[in-house]
Design a protein around this ligand. Structure first.
Ligand code: ATP
Length: 234
């Protein structure tokens, strides 16, 4: 459903990612893994239209989206929960969800909000709270919820578990599984390799902006050279 061919992206003359071929299968979770600075966030932000694509081709549901604006990408069905969450901190939880749903007809709001609250019941208790006053875990749930309000076909999540308590991480991962069961395609950037490998169907490992391993997560776990060299697992 998303297909990158010889994809590169970066900042001015600097190439953060190069030579990436990646195919996401509909209704699956793909983990994009690698050390700090490997190019994971740059890839996601480029797919969301916020970082320049410098080469290659990006097809989303068969359509070339290279050069398309961030807004048009959201309308087509790509939504991102970005690194640092970037919530509207002075707006309430409900209004953050409302902003996420602005690309949809207003008549969808209640149904879509209730879907998000079903995934993250905690947000239902905090609807009138300002996003800036939420805990880290609640903010992560809201960032994902806001992205879901756009009714995406592809949900991209950057650093799902960073800084969160284990219980909240469990909750977020359970939500990912529910979303996958509902047919969502997910591209997940994670530092927490162990968790990502548990949930992902496919993985792609980047090192210094280049793909060094791609395949099924189950095969990745059984490849000692990969787990030791690139994933910090022994
Ligand atoms: P992290 O987990 O630290 O975010 P990452 O794998 O997501 O790592 P990126 O943030 O994509 O990696 O960074 C890839 C490269 O791009 C790094 O060399 C980084 O310094 C550079 N980079 C990231 N953002 C910018 C920017 N706004 N301007 C210039 N270079 C940047």
């Amino acid at each position: 459903m998303l297909e990158l061919t010889d994809f590169s992206c970066g900042y001015g003359a600097f190439q953060a990612v190069h030579g990436l071929d990646l195919k996401l299968r509909e209704g699956t979770i793909t983990g994009l893994l690698g050390a700090n600075g490997a190019g994971k966030s740059s890839t996601l932000m480029c797919l969301a239209g916020h970082v320049a694509q410098q080469g290659g081709k990006t097809l989303f549901q068969g359509r070339d989206i290279t050069g398309m604006s961030p807004g048009d990408r959201v309308r087509l069905g790509l939504a991102i929960s970005p690194e640092g969450r970037r919530l509207f901190k002075d707006l309430t939880v409900e209004d953050n969800l409302r902003v996420g749903g602005l690309v949809q007809p207003a008549s969808h709001f209640t149904q879509d909000r209730d879907y998000v609250l079903g995934l993250f019941p905690r947000l239902g208790e905090r609807l009138e709270t300002l996003a800036g006053n939420l805990s880290g875990g609640e903010q992560q749930m809201l960032a994902i919820g806001r992205a879901l309000m756009a009714r995406p076909r592809l949900l991209m999540i950057d650093e799902l578990s960073l800084g969160l308590m284990p219980k909240v991480i469990d909750l977020c991962y359970a939500a990912l599984e529910t979303l996958r069961n509902d047919g969502m395609t997910i591209l997940l950037v994670e530092q927490n390799t162990t968790r990502a490998l548990q949930v992902a169907d496919d993985i792609c490992v980047l090192e210094s902006g280049r793909p060094v391993w791609q395949g099924k997560a189950s095969d990745a776990m059984n490849d000692p050279s990969l787990t030791a060299a690139y994933l910090g697992l022994h």
